[in-house]
Design a protein around this ligand. Structure first.
Ligand code: ATP
Length: 227
């Protein structure tokens, strides 16, 4: 992203499937300078409307990447994960070009380990993560977002439900009757970090809380459950 007086960060995205396309589009919308590369003509034509530069070619071809000045990128994203060989080679080439932060998409745990060993700075598992988030969001249906910490605990983003409004956190904790912590409340543009137990929830607040799934569930449903 471009901060005042600084150049926009440059990001190269290799592979324009659903994951690569949505990543490239979002990054461009956030103000990054995005170069997108795919071997498919159609994928490149589609992306040309929403990235800085869309180029057709093999993302493992070092000469092609150099001709596109990819070595000047701050971040490289290997967004194609179906072909293990292409994913490994593209990651290796991006690191050889000296890109400081390379993110690669893995299709399996072993694939992820391989990517890390050859130098990927970050490995993402979009399908696995989406499945985990969906499973947790069904357990606590009101949550907007969820980061798992262990198989049964996590950090959840929850809107201020109608039965929260006007109540203090202490009262809501009491109703949940299980240990958990509200880490942050977003109230409009204001962030209230580590809110006091006396903090009263207002309409439109958003809460970030951490605890076991059972505690989060009890907190969300506290006043709707029979005592
Ligand atoms: P998604 O789940 O994101 O839709 P996918 O699993 O359908 O992805 P992938 O095999 O991960 O498909 O490929 C995503 C894109 O990467 C495709 O558009 C494909 O043309 C492109 N691609 C595959 N190999 C290369 C390569 N060597 N260089 C550049 N692009 C590639």
């Amino acid at each position: 992203m471009a901060r005042d007086g600084e150049r926009a960060e440059r990001i190269v995205v290799i592979g324009l499937g659903r994951f690569g396309t949505s990543t490239a589009r979002t990054l461009h919308g956030l103000g990054y300078e995005v170069t997108a590369i795919d071997i498919g003509e159609k994928q490149v034509a589609d992306a040309s409307g929403f990235v800085t530069l869309a180029a057709q070619g093999d993302g493992t071809d070092e000469d092609l990447l150099r001709s596109l000045h990819v070595e000047q990128s701050d971040v490289g994203i290997v967004a194609q994960g179906e072909s293990l060989e292409a994913s490994v080679l593209a990651t290796l080439v991006l690191k050889r070009l000296g890109i400081p932060w390379v993110v690669a998409k893995a299709a399996s745990d072993l694939h992820g380990e391989l990517l890390r060993r050859i130098g990927a700075d970050q490995v993402v598992f979009p399908e696995r993560d989406a499945g985990t988030r969906l499973a947790h969001s069904l357990a606590v249906r009101q949550i907007n977002d969820y980061i798992p910490l262990t198989p049964t605990t996590g950090v959840a983003k929850l809107p201020a439900l109608p039965h929260f409004v006007g109540h203090t956190l202490a009262a809501l904790y009491r109703d949940a009757n299980l240990p958990l912590s509200v880490l942050l409340i977003r109230r409009g543009q204001t962030l209230i970090s580590a809110p006091a137990d006396e903090e009263r929830i207002q309409v439109g607040d958003e809460l970030i809380l951490a605890g076991s799934d059972r505690a989060i569930d009890a907190f969300a449903n506290g006043r709707e459950q029979p005592a």
